[in-house]
Each structure stands twice: as structure tokens, then as C-alpha cells.
Design a protein around this ligand. Structure first.
Ligand SMILES: C[S@@+](CC[C@H](N)C(=O)[O-])C[C@H]1O[C@@H](n2cnc3c(N)ncnc32)[C@H](O)[C@@H]1O
Length: 276
């Protein structure tokens, strides 16, 4: 089985949008509108959820009407949230077919199909001509990708000259490998964490000028520890990523939080610009 097949097998399942909408309806009632904010506990599939998306979006700073690409969009939570808050048009691509199906259904449920479009595609072979987008971003995707050079060079190719790329990713820590399984991988076979310094080098090697490069691990350590303690003492909230992924998400999330706390994983935020 190829890495792509394993990755897709790890993430995908049947009936994702139906599960999410049923859980949301049970919480907010049958008549309440399905908005990007209401969906946020369920559809931002990365550590610290919508909080991390808000920080990434502030760095990306998209303008109304701009064309923005989400590389590895998952079920489209960040794309809907950013399109809603900033008035830009977001195109998402993702490898996992079940995620693209769910993204389409959730775009429709939130009345956002005109602002957010999604396509099933690999980040390593983006189905767009050169210079198609004003801005691009990617959250917790490159951790599944061995060929970093191809990932960053594809992002570079589809940006217009002067376009910017915002990234928020996990990187390897000095304390050893993460505690598997984690949200992005069952095992080391589909987990490809670079060091912080390798991340910087890979982005620069694609031709980007690095505008901001920040290891956020120390800033978020207290939040991470608080989140782990809350889960361990109070359990999981009704609306969480376990609705998307299943009960196994609880183990994944605790392992991921512990990996950050124990120095086995670091988090990095980057803003980079294409020349021109
Ligand atoms: C942890 S999820 C993050 C999803 C989304 N960025 C978010 O923050 O909600 C990682 C995503 O990367 C996608 N992915 C992994 N490898 C990919 C590739 N080669 N091309 C496109 N998407 C990929 C997976 O399908 C999954 O949706």
C-alpha cells in the first residue's frame, strides 16, 4: 500500500458530514443556523482548533475577493472560517476523498458553496496553473509528506509573484519521536516530521523569502498542558474531533499533547513570500 493510500485510510470514514451535523443539531437545536463558528469545535482538524486558525489567518491577512488556496483542507473548517471572516474566496484541496465529500456537504449546509470550493488532489501535484492564487496556507499537512521539496515548490508555483504562504505545522523535537498513534498518523510509516531548522531550509530552498518564522512551542505549552488536564479530568466535550474521526481521536489527541509537553514535538508558524 502506498503512503497516500495509508494516509487516506487513516483519515477517511463514511458519513462524516451526517455525524457532524447530527451532533451539532443536538447541541444547538434544529432551527439554529449552521455557521463556520458553530461548526468550529468539529471541523478545525489541528491542535488548538479555531484558535490556531485565527492566528494563522491574522498572519495570512487575506483581502476581500482574493483567491486563497488551502493545501490539505481536511473537511474545510478553516476554509469556511477564513472565507467568512475575511470575504475572500477559498479553494481547498485534500487527498482524502471522504473529507472532500464532507467538505462539500458542510459548505452547502453553511450556505458557503459560493465562497469555498474543494477538490480532491494531492499537494504534490496541484491541479492549478502557475500563479493562480494571491495567498495560500496549510495547517498540519506537511507532517504526512516525505517529499518536502515538492510540497513547497508546488505551493510556490501556484502563487502569483509576491503572493504569500502561511504555514502552521508540527516539527520534530529533541526528545525522540512522538507518542504514536497521533492525529496525523498511526505510526512512523506515515509521519514525516522535520526539525525546525530543516523546515526553514526547505521553505527557503523552494525560492520563498521568509517573512516570519516562529517556533510557537513555548508560547503554547501552558495551553497544551491545560487542555490535556481538562480532557483527563473532565473528559471530552460533546462537540469535538472525535465526532469527525471516531473514539480513537481521544488517544491521538492525548498522545499529541503529551508529545508537545515532553519535547517530542514542536510547533512552528511561518509566513513566506514568493519573489516578484
Ligand atoms: C491533520 S489534517 C488537517 C486538515 C486541515 N488542514 C485542518 O487543519 O483542519 C491533515 C490533512 O492533510 C491531508 N493530506 C495529507 N497528505 C496530503 C497530500 N499529499 N495532499 C493533500 N492532502 C494531504 C489529509 O487528507 C488531511 O485532511
Amino acid at each position: 500500500m502506498s503512503v497516500s493510500e495509508r494516509v487516506e485510510g487513516h483519515y477517511g470514514s463514511e458519513g462524516i458530514a451526517q455525524r457532524i451535523l447530527a451532533a451539532l443539531r443536538a447541541e444547538i437545536g434544529p432551527a439554529a443556523p449552521v455557521t463556520p463558528d458553530a461548526l468550529a469545535p468539529l471541523d478545525h482538524f489541528h491542535g488548538r482548533g479555531v484558535l490556531a486558525t485565527r492566528e494563522l489567518a491574522a498572519m495570512l491577512d487575506p483581502k476581500p475577493g482574493e483567491a486563497v488556496l488551502d493545501i490539505g483542507c481536511g473537511i474545510g473548517g478553516p476554509a469556511r472560517w477564513i472565507a467568512d471572516k475575511f470575504g475572500c474566496r477559498v479553494t481547498g484541496v485534500d487527498l482524502t476523498h471522504a473529507f472532500i465529500q464532507a467538505a462539500e456537504a458542510l459548505n452547502a449546509a453553511a450556505g458557503m458553496s459560493g465562497k469555498v470550493t474543494v477538490r480532491r488532489a494531492s499537494a504534490l501535484d496541484l491541479p492549478f496553473p502557475a500563479a493562480s492564487f494571491d495567498r495560500a496556507y496549510s495547517q498540519n499537512v506537511v507532517m504526512n509528506i516525505a517529499d518536502k521539496a515538492k510540497f513547497y515548490s508546488e505551493a510556490y508555483r501556484v502563487l502569483r509573484p509576491g503572493g504569500v504562504l502561511a504555514l502552521s505545522n508540527g516539527a520534530s523535537g529533541a526528545g525522540g519521536p512522538p507518542y504514536f498513534p497521533v492525529p496525523w498518523a498511526e505510526s512512523a510509516e506515515t509521519s514525516f516530521l522535520s526539525t525546525i531548522e530543516e523546515t526553514r531550509q526547505d521553505i527557503a530552498a523552494a525560492g520563498f523569502a521568509i517573512l516570519r518564522f516562529h517556533d510557537t512551542t513555548d508560547d503554547i505549552r501552558a495551553q497544551v498542558a491545560g487542555q490535556r488536564r481538562r480532557i483527563e479530568t473532565e473528559g471530552y466535550p460533546k462537540l469535538g474531533l472525535h465526532v469527525l474521526i471516531g473514539e480513537r481521536m481521544k488517544t491521538y489527541q492525548l498522545n499529541s499533547l503529551r508529545s508537545v509537553e515532553d519535547g517530542r514535538m514542536r510547533m512552528v508558524e511561518v509566513l513566506a513570500r514568493k519573489a516578484g
